[in-house]
Ligand binder design. Structure first.
Ligand SMILES: O=C(O)CCC(=O)C(=O)O
Length: 291
């Protein structure tokens, strides 16, 4: 019987390793408003979401569910599902990747994506009945359909920033579609290791022009001088946020892991629009703006 290690997927790298200026992430004192569990989300929390663009939940998933999700992610990274290839490594890991063992590769990955049909443990999180109930309420009682799944790994020291952006700027859904993002901490997410930072209420201002800089992002000049709200979360904690809420995460300069799952939902049956239509709202052409 063969005992050979599973073949590792071919390496794809993120496009850049450029660092951000620290002033881009200046959270106010005090963390984001949060509730204890998903069961605590009633009409007043839904009203809070409409006004501020987010709800943070400290204990959305049990330690057993978090352990099962981590095991699923690690199996994908270690190449235990041969048909799965959705792994992007940090550009900063290019030189060292060939020297790393499969175990060490975990701390060189930027993201793992489009995995739900390969990993039942992760699909179970994305289709968790309590999550779907809350997302349905946030969409005004429309049936949610999950359309994007990711694990954002942001490894110790190497984990690059995700610059400030609105998620809707990435999705070809008509403006006005109630896109809901969910972000689930698998490790403790702290300001130091790159937890989510938000600009509450700014989703109500509509689309912001994005530019291709360190990523597809809001121009740094729009953010500089703005105080954010940080959303630190324990493992199993969850953030639900509006597709137009500006958010970003700084570089992980710490020695600690910061793995998180992110799922996006839109109402089932929505007809998609085109990239051209999206760019009319989120692109800069014709708007006399520069970055
Ligand atoms: O987890 C992160 O670092 C940021 C995730 C995010 O905002 C995104 O991928 O849209």
């Amino acid at each position: 019987m063969s005992t050979a290690a599973p073949a590792l997927p071919a390496a794809e790298f993120d496009h850049g390793a450029e660092l951000h200026v620290p002033e881009l992430y200046q959270p106010e004192a005090g963390a984001a408003h949060s509730v204890a569990t998903l069961d605590d989300i009633g009409p007043s929390e839904i009203a809070f979401y409409r006004e501020h663009g987010y709800i943070a939940v400290r204990e959305a998933f049990t330690p057993a569910e978090v352990a099962s999700a981590i095991a699923g992610v690690v199996d994908l990274i270690m190449g235990k599902v041969p048909a799965f290839t959705g792994i992007t490594f940090e550009a900063g890991a290019k030189a060292i990747l060939p020297t790393l063992s499969p175990e060490q590769r975990q701390d060189a990955v930027r993201k793992v994506w489009f995995f739900v049909n390969h990993e039942a443990r992760l699909k179970a999180i994305s289709h968790h009945a309590k999550v779907l109930t809350v997302v349905r309420k946030l969409m005004g009682d429309r049936e949610p359909e999950m359309f994007q799944d990711m694990c954002l790994v942001k490894p110790p020291r190497l984990g690059r920033e995700k610059p400030w952006h609105q998620d809707h700027a990435y999705f070809d859904y008509p403006l006005g579609t109630p896109v809901v993002g969910t972000w689930i901490a698998l490790d403790a997410a702290t300001i130091e290791n790159g937890c989510m930072q938000l600009l509450p209420g700014r989703h109500r201002e509509g689309p912001i022009v994005h530019f291709q800089r360190r990523d597809w992002q809001i121009c740094d000049n729009v953010i500089l001088g703005t105080r954010s709200v940080a959303a630190p979360l324990p493992p199993g904690g969850m953030l639900l946020f509006d597709g137009l809420l500006p958010h970003g995460t700084p570089h992980n300069a710490s020695a600690n892991r910061r793995r998180a799952l992110q799922f996006h939902y839109a109402p089932a049956g929505i007809t998609k629009t085109t990239a051209e239509e999206r760019m009319k709202h989120f692109g800069s052409e014709g708007k006399n703006v520069s970055c």
